[in-house]
Each structure stands twice: as structure tokens, then as C-alpha cells.
Design a protein around this ligand. Structure first.
Ligand SMILES: *Cc1c(COP(=O)(O)O)cnc(C)c1O
Length: 455
């Protein structure tokens, strides 16, 4: 194990030299950092030897658990051949194999794979492809985008320009291109004040109004299908995605589906858009692409879009975009192993009883005084906490109830990361019912304890 002196040294180095993402470092340096040293299956171990359930799949990435033998072996085998060679020009073995595999499992109609290395870059690629597509087509006015309120597509400038989360995105707004925001179908807090019984998805009418006014200037609409993740695990009503797809076709704009969180089984099907038989013009994937092992991302598109970029070199139709680690052999090898595991271990079929079990186990949470809504899509669940259940008044964000509940859960062996006052449950897909049970007991008690203290 690690001796005390080494542990303290590591923690000091971390506080002295590092700047963590999405973290107020002034608070961070007040506490000893949690140092993860190992993982196995759905468990993580810290430097003191404490074990935790990885309740949010190491930021929504892990699928098959940690140290999954088949993926470990695939990476080791690839390392014994070569770790990295450039993809600018040459290709490599796992990248070619994975390209074919991805197109086999992707919705029919997507037929080309463009590699990058994280979700933000995959979306940048999609935005740039959509933009340049219309430039090549001679529709040069199509320079704007449509996105959804509460949407999240990454932290690079282009993806922030289509981001709908004020807390993160407002400060950088002078840097953005024009994006029109359509209301999010966040039914618990319906932007049109409808109740589900009396809803005919008027939010789609609002989108249509935007399209009527701006479609001539719009290149594409980008959205997260079925579940808006970072925005609060907002789960869309059935038919919404199909409705958006229909409107994009009607008004002649491209549809970009950001499946970075929803892809690879998270919603119960390989890709969320399959639930509504929607095939986008561009689709981005990253987090679950290799079970959470390596930075890797792809932007998938259609033959039709690809073809518009073909021409003599001098016609300047080339897609001038690429990243140094594009098509990384280790990431691709891991991804091939991960996709193979979906088939070999029947991951999607095996989810069904767990989804049902999670649903039953979430029922008792409804009686908790400060649980406003429970949302579930497959093995993704979200518990929205409110100060007042009748008025849906949220907790003031400065109170950080979500963080406090997660700190309490950590004491009992469960690692979570909330989204404000929304508790997110997103375990690796291989979790079993006993582990779901344990996880939910910890969450229940933590919510009860912290919300009672706040009374
Ligand atoms: C995480 C996420 C991204 C950004 O991916 P990074 O790899 O963090 O850049 C984009 N879109 C969605 C839906 C995500 O969940």
C-alpha cells in the first residue's frame, strides 16, 4: 500500500501544481483530495484502501467495469505492436477495423467515420462539417445553428456557442456565433406551463416558429437525443426526437445528434435515436466508446454529406480539420474489444431486468419530503431535490445540497457527482441487482439525512 508520507506528498503536489476541471480551487485546496489508485468491476479504491461503488461510471464513461480483462488484453496486445502513429496520411489496423464495426452498428444511413479524441472535438467536427456542407452547396447564408435550452455539447468555444446552460456558457457569450435556442422539453418544469395530461408537445411548435423565421440562415440543429445530460438528466417525452427530426427535414436543415452520453447502451439501445427510428445527418460519440478506457471520439455522417466535400484539391473542398491523436490505435483497440463485449455478454438484453429493478427500488424515494421528481431512462436515473415539493421551489444553488448528499454517500462507500440539486445515478451497465440495492440504500439515507438537516 501507500505509506502515509507518500500519500501526503501526492496530495500536496496535487494542490500545489494542479487546476481541476469545473472546480472552485479555493474550496478544493481546503480538503485532502481523494486519490483513486485502483478499480475493479464497478468498484474504485482510494489511496487509503477505501472502496467505493463507481455510481456515475467515472463521469458516464465506464460500461463493463474497471480492469475488464478483454479490454485490458486488447490494449496490451496493441501496445506490443505500436502505441501511436499519425493518422494524417497513413491509417492503422484498429482504426480501420473500428470504422467498419461502427458503421455496422450505427443507424442505417450513417456510413462515414471521422475520428477525434473527446466529446467536444467530435461536436466541433460536426458543427464545422454542417457549416461547410452548406458553403459547398452554395447556400452560403446558412451560418447559424439551433440548439436546445439546457443543452450541453462541450467546453470548446464552438460547442459552448450551442450550449444552453447559463451558469457555464453566459460569460463567454461575446465569443459565440449565432445560435437560436428552442425550449427544452423539461416536463417537470415545462417551459410552456403544460402538464403531461394536457400536452401536445407545444414545445415543437415553438421550434417550428424559430425554423419558419430563421431556417434559411441555419445550417443545423444540434441536440442530445432522449436525455439532456449535464443540463440535469432531462428526459424527453416520447415522440419529441422524432418530431424534431421531422421538422429539420421539412425546413431543410441538418440534424446533429450528440450521443456522447447516450451512446453505447446507456438508454437501453445501442444508440438513443434508435428508440424513435431517427437517423441524424451527423452523430457524435465518445464517452462510452471504449468502455471508459481512453480518450477517443467519432463523428459519423452520411455518404451524402461526405460526397459534397469531394473534388479536385484546388477546389478547396477538403475538410481542413484534424487532431494529432486522431484515430489513436490504443483507443480504437479498446473500442473494438468493448463493442465485442456488447455482443459476447448480451449487455443490452441483460439490462432489462436491472432497469425494472431500479424502477421498483426508486419508488420509495417518492415519499421523501424533498424529492420533487424521479426520472429514469434505462439505467440512468436522476432525483431532483426541491425545497418545497408543492411549489417545486428549488434549493438555492449556493446551498449545494447535491454536493452535501454526495459527500455523505461517499462516507458510506458510494461515489457520485451531482448536477446542482439533481442526484445522478449512472452506474456501469454491468452492475447487478444487489449492488443497485446497496447503492440506493446509501442514496436514500444520504438524502434523508442532509435534507432533514436543512429543515
Ligand atoms: C460529456 C459530454 C460532451 C463533452 O465531452 P468531453 O469529452 O468532455 O469534451 C458533449 N456532449 C455531451 C452530451 C456530453 O455528455
Amino acid at each position: 500500500m501507500f505509506d502515509k508520507a507518500f500519500k501526503e506528498q501526492l496530495q500536496t503536489w496535487d494542490k500545489t501544481y494542479l487546476w481541476h476541471p469545473f472546480t472552485q480551487m479555493q474550496d478544493y485546496i481546503k480538503e485532502p483530495p481523494l486519490v483513486i489508485t485502483e478499480g475493479k468491476g464497478i468498484y474504485l479504491k482510494d489511496i487509503d484502501g477505501n472502496e467505493y461503488i463507481d455510481g456515475v461510471s467515472s463521469m458516464w464513461c465506464n460500461i463493463h467495469g474497471h480492469r475488464k480483462k478483454e479490454i485490458d488484453d486488447a490494449i496490451k496486445a496493441q501496445i506490443d505492436k505500436i502505441a501511436h502513429s499519425t493518422f494524417l496520411g497513413p491509417t492503422n489496423v484498429p482504426a480501420s477495423e473500428l470504422g467498419k464495426k461502427l458503421i455496422e452498428i450505427a443507424p442505417n444511413g450513417l456510413s462515414k467515420v471521422f475520428y477525434s479524441d473527446n466529446g467536444s472535438t467530435a461536436n466541433e467536427v460536426a458543427l464545422k462539417m454542417a457549416f461547410q456542407y452548406w458553403q459547398h452547396k452554395g447556400q452560403r447564408n446558412k451560418t447559424q445553428f439551433i440548439a436546445l435550452q439546457y443543452g450541453y455539447h462541450g467546453d470548446t468555444i464552438g460547442t459552448m456557442a450551442v450550449g444552453g446552460i447559463e451558469l457555464f456558457h453566459k460569460v463567454f457569450s461575446p465569443l459565440y456565433f449565432t445560435t437560436h435556442f428552442a425550449p427544452s422539453p423539461y416536463c417537470y418544469r415545462c417551459p410552456l406551463n403544460k402538464i403531461p395530461e394536457d400536452c401536445s408537445m407545444e414545445c415543437l411548435d415553438k421550434l417550428e416558429k424559430i425554423l419558419q423565421e430563421h431556417a434559411d440562415n441555419v445550417a443545423a440543429l444540434i441536440m442530445e437525443p432522449l436525455v439532456q445530460g449535464v443540463g440535469g438528466m432531462l428526459m424527453h417525452p416520447k415522440g419529441y426526437l422524432a418530431g424534431v427530426s421531422r421538422l429539420c427535414k421539412k425546413y431543410n436543415i441538418l440534424l446533429i445528434l450528440d450521443e456522447i452520453m447516450t451512446g453505447f447502451g446507456r438508454t437501453g439501445k445501442m444508440f438513443a435515436c434508435e428508440h424513435e427510428n431517427v437517423v441524424p445527418d451527423l452523430m457524435t460519440l465518445s464517452k462510452g466508446i471504449n468502455g471508459g478506457y481512453m480518450p477517443l471520439a467519432v463523428t459519423l455522417t452520411t455518404q451524402g454529406i461526405y460526397d459534397v466535400f469531394l473534388g479536385e484539391y484546388s477546389s478547396l473542398k477538403t475538410f481542413f480539420h484534424g487532431h494529432t491523436y486522431t484515430g489513436h490505435p490504443l483507443g480504437c483497440a479498446a473500442s473494438l474489444a468493448s463493442i465485442h463485449l456488447f455482443e459476447k455478454e448480451n449487455i443490452l438484453e441483460n439490462l432489462l431486468p436491472k432497469i425494472q429493478y431500479l424502477k421498483e427500488r426508486l419508488q420509495p424515494f417518492k415519499t421523501l419530503k424533498h424529492v420533487g421528481e424521479i426520472r429514469q431512462c434505462s439505467l440512468i436515473a436522476a432525483i431532483e431535490l426541491v425545497k418545497d415539493k408543492d411549489t417545486k421551489e428549488p434549493y438555492p444553488w449556493v446551498e449545494r445540497v447535491g454536493i452535501q448528499i454526495c459527500l455523505e454517500a461517499k462516507k458510506h462507500g458510494l461515489l457520485l457527482r451531482p448536477l446542482g440539486h439533481i442526484i445522478v445515478i449512472m452506474p456501469p451497465l454491468v452492475i447487478n441487482n444487489n449492488e443497485i440495492d446497496r447503492m440506493l440504500n446509501i442514496i436514500y439515507q444520504s438524502i434523508q439525512l442532509i435534507t432533514q438537516k436543512k429543515e
